[in-house]
Design a protein around this ligand. Structure first.
Ligand code: GLC
Length: 428
């Protein structure tokens, strides 16, 4: 490895290669997060070891109950593919400190315990088989390592612990071919990038994988932001990670949790929100201890995949950040924008065969429903567009229909055009 460069130099260098490295990711929009580890044996989410105060030696034994069935990684990849997702991120080692690969630096791993198999290898093979981008989640916090906690105050322990973290990530980025994403998490107990040697480590990791994309959780900004459990646009590249039940990432063994799970409609609302503001959605599943996908995730995700087959152009690819920035039709529709086309995502279908959109100042050339080649009839007067002749019920899968409106030029919009008290005169 060449010499370690300073932070400003490093940031300039990574910024320069960013467009090229991130081109695929910026168009991919939708990925699957997989939280899988020993915690699945308890079925009380991924923080059980900490919240339930498990002594390390006792928790360690649970690893023998970790029992991924053969082919489970392929089941995840198959589901991701059929959901229209473009990449997967696996928790290769979560905070509990259990490595899902044949690690030489961490003997607490899935080859020495439980299945005696390299689950990371199976995951990588499955991603490649289904043409999915490959992401490695890698916790910085480690509840199992004896130096982790004291490394906040003891510099010798910190040196050893950082070396251990280097070793883990070096293995991950050396032994499995090309890896697309390195997804760090929870940089505790050190409170600074210096404490974690992040500048040095991340440079070393990039030397191993020159095209890799790194998230912002090693106390350096790196390539993309990671809003967690909320979808909030950022000026930089960003990816919202969301749980399936609104509560936890790791498996929860409870019918009640299953009931709180997302349906296809809710997932589509998330996808609309990220697509309209230039972000990605990393949606999580927490497989059971045998690696099986919680049943409640399968139907909604495959429905979303069918929906994306018809409506993908309103989601994938280079979307313009939605300057319209406003819900149309009383919030009954939302929009995404690509070039001269506005995609109207309809959530509540009109009863009388007509949909009115107010505020557009650009001339509409053509309107059609995605998935159908037939043009929609429309009239346009001043600010109002009236789409007519709509079917009685929403024709869209999961009741979500997208209408593509192609304008003469980049679509412009005036909010509340006819109402002087509300019209701020701005053209959006
Ligand atoms: C949090 C949690 C962790 C989860 C992660 C996902 O930082 O500690 O359990 O893996 O978020 O973003």
């Amino acid at each position: 490895m060449e010499r370690i460069i300073s932070l400003p130099e490093y940031e300039a260098q990574t910024a320069q290669s960013r467009d090229k490295r991130m081109a695929w990711w910026r168009e991919a929009r939708f990925g699957l997060f997989v939280h899988y580890g020993v915690y699945a044996a308890l079925g009380r989410a991924e923080w059980a070891m900490a919240f339930e105060n498990w002594p390390i030696e006792e928790y360690e034994k649970l690893a023998d109950h970790f029992a991924p069935r053969k082919g489970c990684a392929e089941e995840w990849a198959k589901l991701a593919k059929s959901a229209g997702m473009k990449y997967m991120v696996l928790t290769t080692r979560h905070h509990e400190g259990f490595s899902l690969w044949d690690s030489q630096v961490n003997p607490y791993n899935s080859v020495n315990y439980g299945p005696h198999r390299d689950i990371v290898r199976e995951f990588v093979d499955a991603c490649r088989k289904y043409g999915l981008g490959i992401g490695f989640y890698s916790s910085l916090m480690d509840w199992h390592h004896p130096d982790a906690k004291i490394s906040a105050t003891d510099s010798e322990a910190r040196r050893r612990f950082n070396e251990y973290i280097d070793g883990l990530n070096r293995e991950l980025l050396t032994n499995y071919g090309k890896i697309d994403i390195l997804w760090f998490d929870v940089p505790e107990p050190m409170k600074s990038a210096e404490g974690w040697n992040s500048l040095e480590r991340n440079q070393k990791m990039r030397a191993l994988q020159p095209d890799i994309i790194i998230n912002n959780r090693s106390r350096l900004d790196e390539d993309f932001g990671t809003p967690e459990e909320h979808i909030t646009a950022d000026k930089r590249d960003w990816e919202s990670c969301m749980t399936f039940n609104g509560m936890s990432w790791g498996y929860v063994d409870s019918e009640q949790a299953a009931k709180y799970s997302l349906n296809a409609h809710a997932i589509l609302r998330m996808l609309c929100k990220v697509s309209s503001s230039g972000g990605n959605l990393l949606l999580n599943i927490g497989p059971a201890v045998d690696g099986s996908i919680p049943a409640e995730a399968i139907e909604p995700l495959t429905t979303v995949g069918r929906w994306l087959q018809a409506n993908g152009e309103s989601v994938y690819g280079k979307m313009d950040r939605d300057r319209l920035d406003c819900s149309l039709c009383n919030g009954l529709c939302d929009t995404t924008v690509k070039g001269n086309t506005v995609y109207i995502w309809n959530w509540i279908w009109p009863k009388d065969g007509a949909l009115v959109l107010g505020g557009f100042t650009s001339r509409l050339l053509r309107a059609h429903i995605l998935g159908s080649e037939d043009d929609l009839q429309f009239t346009q007067e001043k600010y109002r567009i009236l789409l007519r002749g709509l079917s009685e019920r929403s024709p869209g899968i999961a009741g979500v229909t997208v209408m593509a409106l192609e304008f003469e030029n980049k679509p412009e919009f005036v909010a509340f055009a006819a109402i002087p008290q509300l019209n701020d005169g701005k053209i959006y």
